[in-house]
Design a protein around this ligand. Structure first.
Ligand SMILES: [Zn+2]
Length: 485
């Protein structure tokens, strides 16, 4: 199929996690003048980057009509799950998709409507076993429907949707509908056990739940709970739809959402039957790592072709290494257990990486840095991820043993001023800048971080960070440049 617009954003790279490129920052500027539109809207966006109001705690803002749904007249309960295909990592290398397995749809968005489409309730699946309880404005009647959908709108702001491509050709201005599934209530208040199967498009719900975990973590850790700066992201996936890039983050491609706002950026997930499709979660989360880097941190990677085991310039290795680490972090939070992996299936080629043990396909190890070559040396992106995974502290059951910083600290640091505005050592943002940013945040921990980097991981970071405050004060000539507190 001829989809020329895709080619602009994508590079096809065999057997490397980074089968993608990001082409600079083209954030849409806010309109110069704007009239807020809040007539008949109690919550949600005003169209000018602010909100029309917020709903009381415990109530749901329906983002398209801007109504707080606080129903006390009725309730709709049940359990929602989906079938997904886990990847089985083969000990001698390669990955196979397992048979479909049930998981609860924790985080799925639920809306209750009348037969005419009037919204009478909304909420989400709130437990890992899939149980939900949505309050409604009145008792549920025959004709009312439960709509399971794939947009997420914290505080009434749509920040994520999994969009369904139409059959055949489509282009950048084609409105795409979010994936959704409709269940007729037939007047029942308890819908029992609902399961979305593979043939019904459970891949879309799977992608949504993972991507939602990304947006939630960014919201909580990087943006301190303010939903409006989240850059609207459309994840585009549909059975049989393939993209030239396979899977990629497209920073300047945003599809309009049918009946909703325009998404600003896209993650395209191809669905070639010979590939991992929606089930290769490390691919989605790696691309979302690039999304987070570009929008909330800084990414100076030149992009381009690269392959496993290659040593890359520091900014390139950082960009790819971070993206895979971010994926492992989010997957671990989502699953509630450590997921230090990357894997992908590309036709007859498949591979996996274990960042905990530094293994690729069970045999070769990642290529460590050479201490004598200093902190500006070229690095193996897989080693960068391995380093970051070990830097991550144990937290509940989802962490790494022996690390130094929890996920919230790592994510906050990633989006800190030090990361965004300063550059030391190799050209562009790289591992040295991240270590500097950690040290700038926690000066007393610098010694521990230095010994972690040098002694445990063999990376010759000098432990002498440039920090925003140190830049503001000019050291007197001839004095040693001690980091200022
Ligand atoms: Zn990448």
């Amino acid at each position: 199929m001829n989809r020329a617009w895709v080619a602009t954003w994508c590079l096809v790279v065999a057997l490397a996690p980074g089968a993608c490129s990001t082409d600079g920052s083209h954030r849409r500027p806010p309109p110069l003048s704007c009239t807020p539109f809040c007539q008949d809207r109690a919550c949600g966006e005003d169209g000018c980057g602010a909100t029309c109001g917020s709903c009381p705690d415990g109530t749901f803002c329906e983002p398209f009509q801007g109504q707080c749904l606080s129903g006390s007249g009725g309730v709709l309960t049940g359990s929602l799950g989906l079938l997904h295909r886990p990847g089985r990592l083969l000990p001698d290398g390669g990955v196979e998709l397992d048979d479909p397995r049930w998981i609860g749809a924790l985080g799925a968005t639920l809306v209750v409507t009348t037969a005419d489409g009037e919204v009478i309730g909304g909420g989400e699946v709130s437990s890992r076993d899939g149980d939900f309880r949505v309050t409604t404005a009145r008792r549920v009647r025959a004709g009312d429907r439960l709509v399971i959908t794939t947009w997420w709108a914290p505080r009434g702001t749509v920040v994520l949707a999994v969009l369904r491509p139409p059959p055949g050709e489509f282009h950048e201005s084609t409105p795409l509908a979010p994936w959704s599934w409709v269940v007729e209530t037939e007047g029942r208040e308890n819908l029992g056990d609902l399961t979305i199967s593979e043939s019904e498009g459970s891949g879309a719900l799977y992608l949504f739940l993972l991507a939602r975990q990304v947006q939630q973590s960014v919201l909580d850790s990087v943006l301190s709970g303010d939903a409006l700066p989240l850059v609207r992201l459309g994840v585009v996936w549909g059975p049989g739809t393939v993209f030239h890039c396979g899977a990629c983050f497209a920073s300047t491609l945003g599809f309009p959402m049918e009946g909703g706002p325009e998404m600003l950026q896209s993650v395209l997930i191809g669905d070639d039957p010979a590939m991992g499709g929606p089930w290769a979660w490390p691919v989605l989360l790696h691309e979302m790592g690039h999304y987070v880097a570009q929008n909330y941190s800084r990414d100076d990677s030149p992009g381009g072709s690269h392959f496993l085991g290659q040593k890359l310039p520091p900014a390139f290795a950082w960009s790819e290494g971070w993206a895979s680490f971010f994926g492992a972090l989010i997957a671990s939070e989502w699953a509630g257990e450590p997921r230090p992996y990357y894997w992908d299936i590309q036709g007859s080629d498949s591979f996996w990486i274990d960042y905990e043990n530094g293994l690729v396909n069970g045999t070769s190890t990642v290529r460590p840095p050479v201490p004598a070559q200093g902190q500006n040396q070229e690095l193996d992106e897989t080693w960068v991820t391995h380093f970051l995974w070990h830097l991550r502290a144990e937290q509940g059951h989802a962490g790494t043993s022996g690390g130094l910083y929890d996920d919230a600290t790592l994510l906050w640091t990633f989006g800190s001023k030090r990361m965004k505005n300063m550059d030391r050592a190799g050209a562009g943002t790289d591992l040295v800048d991240f270590l500097d940013a950690l040290a700038c945040r926690d000066r007393e921990g610098t010694g521990l971080l230095t010994s972690f980097a040098q002694e445990e991981m063999g990376f010759p970071w000098d432990g002498d960070p440039s920090c925003p405050t140190a830049v503001a004060s000019t050291p007197a000539p001839g004095t040693s440049q001690e980091p200022t507190p």
